[in-house]
Design a protein around this ligand. Structure first.
Ligand code: PLP
Length: 127
C-alpha cells in the first residue's frame, strides 16, 4: 500500500537549499553565537544575517524582531504567555483538541488567575 504523509504541520522534510545553506554550521562554523571568540562571532553574524533576510522577506515593520526558538512548544509558550500578560483580558478561549503544549500552557495560565474556556469540536474539528 502506498502511504502518504499528511502531518507536515508537525514535521516536514527540509528543503535541499536549506540543507545546503545549513551544512557549514554543523561541522565547520559551529561556534556558540553568544560567545565572544571568533567562532561565536562568526555564528552570531550568520544569525543576524538570517534574521534580517527573514524580516525582509516578510516585509516586517522596522521595529519587528525575529526570534528563533527550539520548536513548536517553545514558540507556543512564548506567544501564549507573552500575549496573555501583555493584554488586559483575563479570559482565554481554546479547544479541547489542541496540542498538549497549548493545553499545558493554558493550565499554567489558569494557575496565574486566567480563566480558560475549553470548547468542544465536532467531527470536522469545528467549534
Ligand atoms: C500543532 C503542534 N503544536 C506544537 C507542537 C510541538 O512542537 P515541538 O515538538 O517542536 O515542541 C507540535 C508537534 O507535533 C504540533 O503539531
Amino acid at each position: 500500500m502506498k502511504q502518504i504523509y499528511l502531518d507536515n504541520g508537525a514535521t516536514t522534510p527540509v528543503a535541499k537549499e536549506v540543507i545546503e545553506e545549513m551544512k557549514p554550521y554543523f561541522d565547520k562554523k559551529y561556534g556558540n553565537a553568544s560567545s565572544l571568540h571568533s567562532f561565536g562571532m562568526e555564528a552570531n553574524e550568520a544569525l543576524t544575517n538570517s534574521r534580517n533576510k527573514i524580516l525582509k522577506k516578510l516585509n516586517a515593520q522596522k521595529n519587528f524582531k525575529c526570534v528563533f526558538t527550539s520548536g513548536g512548544t517553545e514558540s507556543n509558550n512564548l506567544a501564549m504567555k507573552g500575549l496573555a500578560f501583555k493584554n488586559k483580558g483575563k479570559h482565554i478561549i481554546t479547544t479541547k483538541v489542541e496540542h498538549p503544549c497549548i493545553l499545558n500552557a493554558c493550565k499554567w495560565l489558569e494557575s496565574q488567575d486566567f480563566k480558560v474556556s475549553y470548547l468542544n469540536v465536532d467531527e470536522n474539528g469545528f467549534c
